[in-house]
Ligand binder design. Structure first.
Ligand code: ADP
Ligand code: MG
Length: 297
């Protein structure tokens, strides 16, 4: 187990930021840690990286206890904090050299992480001359310096433009081939794009922990269809796999199916059989985004 969290709670004064959270992350997994702002994501990550201590519960990284084996935990983890604090006046290489000396990292590793994170063309610049996307690369390079087994990335793509977003996701995916990655975000699409599994928290409570494959399996299919003629409710319910048929407007129906199989062909057959014409047919996006909204209302 790369990360193990058991009954963690965190109080800030009176406020409960985390309430009895338990989950684990297996070696090699890329897990998305999802939740709206204020859910407690950063708090959890700070506990896992030994920056703060939990009020209750236990956690370990690479089998090292975050309270009792802080040094070992720090060696195991590469951490990209939220808002990526960097020394803006430093040159990229200077900054990485500075941090490498803290960890006693061999100098060759600096060139390695520069290559790995695609920083080479910008590596002669000062950090304040870099775009946000390249600053994130510097943060990632820094997190990778001591070649940790586990990466903890706090909102690594927040504030990036669409191109940078794709690039940084790609980079995380690549790096993730050899490491365990635990990354926070509040964007479900991001999880869909890079993660094997998602853990969702809301107001300090764990509300979901599921593999992406399972989530997609559980997805319902919603199709909106408009016929040229009125249809009886009982007739609609004869469609295979149908679990709900709502007459939303005039001759427009919203049909919910409990299957992954594309039901549009069945609707065409149904229309032909009942001498109906289809004026409009739309697959509604019942994306994981709506699941996220549902769970974090
Ligand atoms: P997220 O990263 O999901 O946005 P945080 O972990 O930053 O959430 O915050 C969770 C809750 O704890 C929020 O309500 C936040 O205001 C509160 N909080 C975070 N850090 C502190 C702190 N140092 N002191 C008091 N409250 C805090
Ligand atoms: Mg946060």
């Amino acid at each position: 187990m790369s990360i193990s969290v058991s009954n963690i709670s965190k109080l800030y004064g009176e406020q409960k930021a985390l309430n009895n959270i338990s989950f684990s992350v297996n070696k090699g997994e890329i897990v998305g840690f999802l939740g709206p702002n204020g859910a407690g994501k950063s708090t959890m990550m700070k506990i896992l990286t030994t920056y703060i201590q939990a009020t209750e519960g236990e956690a370990s990284v690479n089998e090292f206890d975050v309270n009792e084996q802080e040094k070992e935990v720090q060696k195991s983890v590469g951490y990209l904090p939220e808002h990526n604090p960097l020394y803006l006046d430093m040159y990229v290489k200077e900054y990485l050299h500075f941090n490498a000396s803290v960890y006693n990292t061999p100098k060759e590793r600096i060139e390695e992480v520069i290559n790995l994170t695609g920083l080479t063309p910008e590596s002669h610049k000062k950090i304040n001359q870099l775009s946000k996307g390249y600053r994130q690369r510097v943060g990632l390079a820094n997190a990778l310096l001591h070649n940790p087994d586990v990466l903890i990335l706090d909102e690594p793509t927040t504030g990036l433009d669409p191109n940078q977003l794709v690039e940084i996701r790609e980079l995380i995916k690549n790096v993730g081939k050899e490491k365990t990655v635990f990354l926070s975000t509040h964007i479900m699409q991001e999880v869909e794009a890079i993660c094997d599994r998602v853990i969702i928290i809301n107001k300090g409570e764990l509300v979901a922990d599921a593999s992406l494959v399972d989530l997609k399996k559980d997805q319902q299919q919603i199709i909106e269809v408009e016929f040229d003629y009125r249809v009886e409710d009982v007739l609609m319910k004869r469609l295979p796999n149908i679990i709900d048929a709502k007459n939303t407007y005039d001759m427009v129906w919203e049909l919910t199916f409990d299957t992954q199989e594309d039901m549009r062909a069945a609707i065409f057959d149904f229309a032909a059989k009942n001498e109906l014409k289809i004026l409009k047919l739309d697959t509604k996006n019942n994306s994981l985004e709506s699941l996220f909204r549902e769970l974090t209302k």
